[in-house]
Write a protein that binds this ligand. Structure first.
Ligand code: SF4
Length: 362
């Protein structure tokens, strides 16, 4: 904790000492930080809190507004869960967060980690936290050459964290946060943690044995799956784009986009349809404008942009009829015409943004 006081990063959610923070701000920051780099979260956190300063404000917000403020952070399920958690606190808990881990676990999207974070950082409870950073520090300090992903390792790490939080008592929040910070900034993943700057160097088994590079055991890389999609940048005479909203499940759930076709079985049927479109798009002339590749966590994504401009009469027809080859239609909802700026403000995936910019239609 003394090291943390000297070395900690100045972050907007660390406005008060650990153990005394606002549970709502803690929930927002932890939701944003899951699988997202701190540097990307900082500005988003400030803007989100400015727009929704209290749990009541978030609970009362329209889901589209919440999604728009989340845009750019990815993993949109977190935003929907955060919104649902705020409603739960307001509607079922009278606006006051539960103070114990058991009660916090009832909030939508709140698992053991986030419950431990809120209980220890905001409520001053001796609750444990294990994230990837904490587990790595513990494994190295105790010289355990284990697979960090294995369920038995996770169970072991939680037992260690429970003992650690119990020993820290009322300072568990500060101790937890120090461990997380140490793992994030000093005892980093990869073969060369900064042992020279580490406050645990004198009691670290991995350092003593020189086994830091082997602990935890390197992950076996999974081959990413491939996914292809066609973005149809269809404009009406006013320069508006034909847009839709994605369904509530799956990739980029709930976000807006230009009409997008995502065939199950690959690109060829959609490309053939684009050359001679049928249904609501009969007579529309598409031109391929750009193709970009994006690497998502477990997927390699190729996005092709096909452009067309339609007459006012065709524009009316396109808000209703089926678009795409049979079986290759998009899954979007609420099709309507939007100016590109309104689409961006409504919340769109980074891949769609990049595809439109590449096509000069952003
Ligand atoms: S001494 Fe090195 S390996 Fe051990 S906890 Fe510190 S940074 Fe990690």
């Amino acid at each position: 904790m003394a090291w943390f006081d000297r070395a900690k990063r100045d972050l907007p959610w660390r406005d008060l000492p650990a153990g005394k923070r606002d549970p709502y701000r803690t929930l927002v920051s932890e939701a944003m930080l899951q699988q997202t780099q701190v540097s990307r979260v900082v500005e988003k956190f400030r803007a989100f809190i400015e727009r929704f300063p209290t749990v009541e404000a978030l609970a009362a917000a329209d889901e589209r507004d919440v999604m728009a403020r989340w845009a750019g952070l990815g993993y949109y399920r977190r935003a929907r869960n955060l919104h649902a958690a705020a409603r739960h606190v307001v509607e079922r808990c009278g606006g006051t967060f539960p103070s114990e881990v058991e009660g916090l676990l009832e909030l939508p999207g709140v698992g053991r980690y986030t419950a431990g974070a809120i209980a220890s950082l905001a409520m001053g409870r001796p609750a444990p936290i294990v994230d990837g950073n904490v587990a790595r520090v513990m494994l190295r300090v105790q010289g355990r050459d284990l697979d960090q992903q294995a369920p038995a390792t996770t169970a072991w790490a939680w037992r260690q964290a429970e003992a650690f939080a119990a020993a820290a008592g009322p300072f568990a929040g500060a101790a937890n946060e120090a461990m997380m910070e140490l793992g994030a900034t000093v005892c980093t993943p990869g073969p060369a943690p900064a042992c020279g700057a580490c406050p645990l160097a004198t009691c670290c088994e991995a350092k003593r044995l020189g086994t830091q590079a082997r602990i935890p055991r390197p992950k076996k890389a999974k081959a990413p799956t491939k996914r292809w999609m066609a973005v149809l940048a269809i404009r009406d005479p006013k320069g508006r784009l034909l847009c839709e909203r994605r369904g509530a499940e799956g990739l980029w759930a709930g976000l807006h986009q230009p009409v997008t076709l995502e065939p199950e079985e690959g690109a060829e049927r959609v490309r053939a349809w684009l050359a001679a479109p049928t249904g609501a798009c009969r007579g529309v002339r598409f031109a391929r404008a750009a193709a970009i590749a994006r690497q998502l966590t477990h997927r390699t994504l190729t996005v092709e942009v096909h452009e067309a401009t339609v007459t006012a009469a065709a524009a009316k027809r396109l808000t209703r009829g089926a678009i795409g080859p049979p079986g290759g239609q998009g899954t979007g909802l609420e099709r309507r015409w939007m100016m590109p700026r309104a689409l961006a403000a409504a919340g769109m995936s980074k891949a769609h943004e990049a595809a439109l910019v590449a096509a000069g239609a952003g």
